[in-house]
Design a protein around this ligand. Structure first.
Ligand SMILES: [Cu+2]
Length: 201
């Protein structure tokens, strides 16, 4: 009995599709799938914010934690930093240009991610800061750091108006030995590079 109802419904839809000149075989499926496809598209746009976690290594190549990068609805990304063995003190953290963490000094990541070619630092002369610039964080005696860092200028999902972290050569997250003074060009006098994460899809 159920089969009969389904078959008869299909025949009815096919007949409807044929009346406006469209092929009988395509019209019914279009009619049935269009509403759900529309809903899925809207859902993807609403939930288009990406979140991804990346491993962080030290200069010996040992994994010391990770960073979860999450697109924010208002724009930019929020970093959830979860690392160990960071020397006590204040440390600079930036996105750098190349998505590589070659040992032993991560110089392969090159300079700060700066697609707009502006000045480094929040306290420097405008236009500033680099897309990859972020506020320093503090490490306690234990070396265990669980903190959040905001970057209002970049995106994971290539959103218009925000520098894409996943560009042609991707990017790298670098933690430095010292604090960023937010003024010195082009690095903030942040010292050596002590940890690195490849930021790539
Ligand atoms: Cu840096």
């Amino acid at each position: 009995m159920k089969n009969w109802i389904l078959v008869s419904a299909a025949i009815t839809l096919a007949a409807c599709g044929g009346t406006d000149g469209q092929p009988d075989t395509e019209a019914p499926s279009n009619t049935l799938t269009t509403p759900s496809e529309t809903l899925q598209t809207q859902s993807m746009q609403t939930e288009g914010l990406m979140t991804q976690t990346f491993a962080i290594i030290n200069t010996a190549g040992v994994e010391i934690g990770d960073v979860t990068v999450a697109d924010q609805a208002a724009g930019g990304v929020l970093l959830n930093l979860d690392v160990t063995a960071i020397p006590q003190g204040t440390h600079a953290i930036h996105f750098h240009t190349n998505g590589t963490c070659d040992l032993p000094n991560f110089s392969s990541a090159e300079g700060h991610y700066d697609p707009m070619a502006v000045n480094h630092g929040f306290d420097s002369t405008a236009p500033n800061p680099h897309a990859g610039d972020m506020r320093n964080f503090d490490a306690p005696v234990s070396g265990v750091v669980q903190t959040q860092v905001l970057n209002e200028r970049v995106s994971l999902s290539d959103r218009e108006g925000f520098a894409p972290l996943f560009d042609a050569d991707n990017t790298a997250l670098i933690i430095h030995a010292s604090a960023d003074d937010y003024v010195s060009q082009p690095t903030g006098a942040a010292g050596g590079r002590i940890a690195c994460a490849v930021i790539a899809p």
